[in-house]
Design a protein around this ligand. Structure first.
Ligand code: NDP
Length: 285
């Protein structure tokens, strides 16, 4: 069965829109910081802004030149941190090489860090504390599984990829001692030996690698659930995932397509976090 992430995300966006319409404290507002003219980043920000508009969340785009200094970028973030109208700050990655992305992530007020990349929020996730922000892609994957009634509890989850934005926080999330979590999680990466043996052991296989069609049918246990996080642009501009979709979909019990799987869920979770930030900052909402 193909999991329709677009449909699940659209239901979540409608729910957010209903909640936003009921707010007495004004509309939540999300600020995007876009440095340079990276075409994929521009596309991502456009989609996120469109989703904001559809839910009644206000958004503002601060487009900065690719040669902006680190100091000037940090000053922009400091201004957004103290702007009481701003509930969420999203610095679109990647940043140009002369900018220290870690310093930028740390500069965002953790209370407005709707991407969930600040060390404080990642630490809270690791500790199982609920008053931070969970990164959007991991949260989107967990929500997608939950909405499809696919149990994670006690299941063997294999995540291929250990990035700070997907693999690591996803492992922390799915292993939590909480409902819809409690998975037995294995993380694999480019140094993992016998990768196929590892992936074949998965009840739920999650690919977050960034290599087109990397996960072949032979790497998937028949009946497994396959979640494809990858977004890879081929030379002919086609977008494909990290999973060799057609053959793998023939043996998987459930699989997410690319596009239309995890991507829309990531955006839905960003808006959910922005709404959450707004109501935390306006307890009288
Ligand atoms: P990174 O490049 O930061 O991480 C990739 C991971 O894959 C690394 O841990 C790397 O291992 C591992 N890897 C690379 N090659 C192999 C290999 N041959 N065998 C096993 N593991 C390997 O990528 P991201 O996590 O940022 O993104 C992954 C993919 O997900 C990308 O396509 C990205 O575009 C997409 N993405 C999609 C999102 C969505 O909303 N759908 C959101 C975020 C990302 P090592 O650590 O050893 O280098």
């Amino acid at each position: 069965m193909i999991i329709n992430g677009r449909q699940v995300a659209s239901t979540i966006l409608s729910e957010i829109a209903q909640q936003v319409a009921l707010l007495k404290s004004g509309r939540p507002k999300l600020a995007f910081l876009l440095v340079g003219e990276h075409p994929a980043s521009q596309t991502y920000v456009r989609s996120k802004k469109k989703a904001c508009a559809a839910t009644g969340i206000e958004s503002t785009l601060i487009a900065l030149s690719s040669d902006i200094s680190q100091e000037a970028l940090l000053s922009q973030i400091a201004l957004l941190n103290i702007d009481s109208k701003i509930d969420g700050i999203l610095v679109q990655l990647p940043l140009p090489p002369h900018i220290d992305a870690r310093a930028v992530m740390r500069a965002v007020d953790p209370a407005k860090d709707v991407d969930g990349f600040h060390p404080l929020n990642l630490g809270k996730l690791l500790l199982g504390e609920d008053d931070g922000f969970c990164p959007c892609t991991p949260q989107g994957i967990k929500t997608l599984l939950e909405k499809q009634n696919l149990p994670v509890n006690g299941k063997k989850v294999v995540i291929v990829g250990r990035s700070n934005i997907v693999g690591k926080p996803l492992a922390a999330l799915l292993m939590q001692k909480k409902p819809h979590c409690n998975a037995t999680v294995t993380i694999a990466h480019s140094h993992s030996e016998h990768l196929t043996d590892i992936t074949l052991s998965a009840d739920i296989l999650i690919a977050a690698i960034g290599k087109p069609l990397f996960i072949k049918k032979e790497m998937v246990r028949p009946g497994a659930i396959v979640i494809d996080v990858g977004i890879n642009r081929l030379n002919d501009q086609t977008i494909v995932g990290d999973v060799d979709f057609t053959p793998v979909s023939a043996i998987a019990s459930h699989i997410t397509p690319v596009p239309g799987g995890v991507g829309p869920m990531t955006i839905a979770m960003l808006l959910q976090n922005t709404y959450l930030s707004h109501i935390r900052r306006h307890p009288w909402h």
